[in-house]
Design a protein around this ligand. Structure first.
Ligand code: ADP
Ligand code: ADP
Length: 225
């Protein structure tokens, strides 16, 4: 089964009100195992809505979400939370690291929440940080790191629990163009190394061209290319 399969998703806001808006119209997509798919969309096209539904942070009005072949709509809130924690990694434009914790601790905490023993969690955090070139930053807090470093720590945190699927919303959108390129290289290396499947939203067509396939979202309708 595909790692992620969205079928005929429809989503709107403010039904029946004057400000009613349809954001997604019959959107379907699949991400196969090991595939890295670019999602290119102008601002306001419904990209965040689509990623939030795929990541079980929001529910569609109609349509289905399958992760690893499992249908998500009938699940209890508890089970959805468990799937989100164990199978899905999120990366946002802003790192959202916890400021009072070190880089390594930010990667250890989600593993403890998933039941991983502390020693194993610490080793995994250090291994992930080494892979993005941040071995010298394990005990630094976010405020003591550059924007590119903070974002690389956020990538490691997203992979902490060994997700099957990575969802990223403009993962380098907050960085200057030069930093953005090197940080994106680190992300792609990490994703390819782990054979992770990913859906990565970006405005940057040069970055999109480095992924396996591009999907375009425009006024709620998805197309290939
Ligand atoms: P993108 O991420 O592509 O910029 P979004 O998915 O955030 O787009 O939003 C798509 C459209 O839906 C926008 O017009 C936005 O204003 C609207 N929208 C998003 N979330 C809400 C909400 N909670 N209530 C009402 N409208 C919303
Ligand atoms: P935006 O799409 O405006 O950039 P974010 O993507 O950072 O905003 O977050 C969108 C929403 O998802 C927020 O309401 C945030 O609280 C929620 N959110 C972000 N990460 C998680 C998570 N891991 N679990 C649950 N909710 C989250």
């Amino acid at each position: 089964a595909p790692v992620l399969e969205l079928r005929d998703l429809c989503k709107g806001y403010n039904p029946g009100k004057p400000n009613e808006i349809t954001v997604l119209r019959n959107v379907s997509l699949s991400v196969q195992r090991g595939e890295v798919v670019a999602l290119v969309a102008p601002s306001g096209a419904g990209k965040s809505t689509l990623l939030h539904i795929a990541g079980l942070l929001d529910q569609p009005d109609t349509g289905t979400v399958r992760i690893g072949g499992e249908e998500m709509s009938g699940l209890s809130d508890r089970r959805r939370t468990a799937v989100r924690r164990d199978k899905v990694g999120f990366i946002y434009q802003f790192h959202h690291l916890l400021p009072e914790f070190t880089a390594a601790e930010n990667i250890v905490l989600p593993q403890l929440a998933a039941g991983t023993p502390r020693k194993e969690a610490q080793e995994r955090a250090e291994d992930l940080l080494a892979r993005v070139g941040l071995s010298a930053r394990t005990t630094h807090r976010p405020a003591a790191m550059s924007g590119g470093e903070q974002q690389r720590v956020a990538f490691c945190r997203a992979l902490a629990n060994g997700p099957a699927l990575l969802l990223a919303d403009e993962p380098t959108g907050n960085l200057d163009p030069t930093t953005s390129d090197t940080v994106f290289d680190a992300l792609m290396a990490l994703v390819r190394d782990t054979g992770l499947s990913a859906l990565i939203a970006t405005h940057n067509l040069a970055l999109a061209a480095r992924m396996d396939r591009t999907l375009r979202l425009d006024t709620g309708t998805l197309s290939e290319g």
